[in-house]
Design a protein around this ligand. Structure first.
Ligand code: HEM
Length: 409
């Protein structure tokens, strides 16, 4: 079911491993990176790349090795950055912190994403998704990303950070800029700079309003009424908010789009799912595994060490390729098969592992579950009618647009 690209397959087998750079964005854009990961897992699962757009880095490509590194946050720190890029400003959120700061910044908002917190939100999330589905035109091509995935994730984000409906358009623009991950060549143009200035002003006003109101069940209020409030306002409120906006939208949005492609390409799996609602939960996990919306996270070695026979030096960048681990056949049976009824369906690394494991996991799964329920109960076949346009990024495994036709089965 993985699209075959003979040329890339051949190149992946011939390329000198010393020359291989898996962070090359064209391999993500063309959806050929898995051939190179297959070779690394087999021949050099801990691999050093000496020259890339992002400098030198180690690639960790096997499932168990990634878990081992994530479990050792003293030796493999997040504090020098969470992605292959070196972006000091974006590294001021708790995703780029080690204990104890990491826990103190992560804890205040955890109740929002607990099962109790999500139970309160579920009716609102269902209403949003159902309303977006009501607006879908039948038998008329449209962009699934723009009309469905982006709409749903943006409206749910607005609920979580308590932005009113009249500002949804602005929120969508801000989140588009924040999720256009700053690749090496890209620069913020003047329009974007203006947009981000509006962003800072808007959320600074909202922060102060939340500080002066009764505590409420939304992200900004939870921080504003936490013991951290003063420190956070002075040091990293806007950076934390930016992380949360990007994390809430870009990941789930890409699962919602990937899911449409995988289900269409696997009619047998789709029939099983449409006939047996009990597989919705495992289908959600399988979609998230198969898409792996965050292709990697990064750690930095805090001391010289030997890992799996390789000498890693203090300060080296270590890239944990979840996109590869989720195709590791020592951990996942027939990993290239899209199979919605896997028994160990949540055994994947799309949400990471250890103390930084995604806090939005339950929310993302709930959104995707409700979307599948809506599609199935309407008896819809969502058919891609053109190629997906993939994101030019080795961090977000994303899809910018997907033309589709929706019809009754
Ligand atoms: C399918 C959707 C999603 C995927 C695949 C995903 C994936 C990830 C991954 C891989 C990490 C890093 C884990 C690590 O370093 O071990 C992470 C962290 C995080 N995610 Fe998600 N995420 C998703 C949805 C969400 C949502 C909806 C939110 C909403 C709040 C969210 C918020 C976060 C935050 C705040 C972190 C940082 C956690 C920390 O450093 O302690 N994510 N996510």
């Amino acid at each position: 079911m993985y699209p075959i690209n003979e040329e890339a397959k051949k190149e992946s087998l011939l390329i000198d491993l010393d020359e291989l750079d898996v962070s090359n964005r064209s391999r993500f854009r063309n959806n050929t990176v898995q051939y190179y990961f297959d070779r690394l897992r087999k021949e050099e699962p801990v691999h050093f790349c000496k020259n890339s757009d992002y400098g030198q880095f180690w690639s960790i490509t096997k499932f168990k090795d990634i878990q081992e590194i994530e479990a050792n946050h003293e030796l493999f720190s997040s504090a020098q950055g969470y992605s292959i890029y070196d972006l000091p400003e974006l590294n001021k959120s708790f995703v780029a912190m080690d204990p104890p700061e990491h826990k103190s910044q992560r804890s205040p908002i955890l109740p929002l994403f607990s099962s109790g917190g999500l139970q309160n939100l579920e009716p609102t999330i269902r209403a949003i998704i159902s309303n977006v589905c009501d607006g879908i035109p039948l038998n008329k091509p449209f962009d699934w990303v723009e009309k469905v995935s982006a709409q749903i994730t943006n409206q749910i984000l607005a609920i979580i950070i308590d932005v009113p409906n009249q500002d949804l358009g602005r929120l969508l623009k801000w989140s588009e800029v924040l999720t256009t991950f700053p690749e090496k060549e890209s620069k913020l143009d003047l329009n974007n700079l203006q947009l981000m200035a509006d962003f800072s002003e808007y959320f600074s006003v909202l922060w102060h309003r939340k500080c002066n109101s009764e505590p409420a069940h939304d992200l900004i209020s939870m921080y504003a009424h936490s013991p951290l409030a003063k420190k956070m306002w002075q040091e990293n409120f806007l950076q934390t908010l930016s992380l949360l906006i990007a994390a809430t939208t870009d990941t789930t949005k890409n699962s919602m789009t990937g899911g449409v492609i995988f289900l269409f390409r696997s009619p047998k799996e789709r029939d099983i799912l449409y006939g047996n609602r009990e597989f919705i939960k495992s289908a959600v996990s399988e979609i998230i595994r198969y898409q792996t919306p965050i292709a990697h996270m990064r750690r930095t070695a805090t001391a010289d060490t030997c890992f799996k026979g390789k000498n890693i030096r203090m300060g080296d960048k270590i890239i944990l390729w979840y996109a590869s681990a989720n195709r590791d056949d020592e951990e996942i049976e027939n990993p290239y098969d899209f199979c919605i009824s896997r028994k160990l369906h949540s055994h994947h690394l799309s949400f990471g592992f250890g103390i930084h494991r995604c806090i939005g996991k339950n929310l993302a799964e709930l959104e995707l579950k409700i979307l599948l329920e809506e599609i199935i109960s309407r008896g819809w076949l969502v058919e891609p009618v053109g190629d997906p346009v993939r994101k030019d990024s080795c961090f977000i495994n994303g899809i910018n647009s997907l033309p589709v036709l929706v019809n009754k089965l």
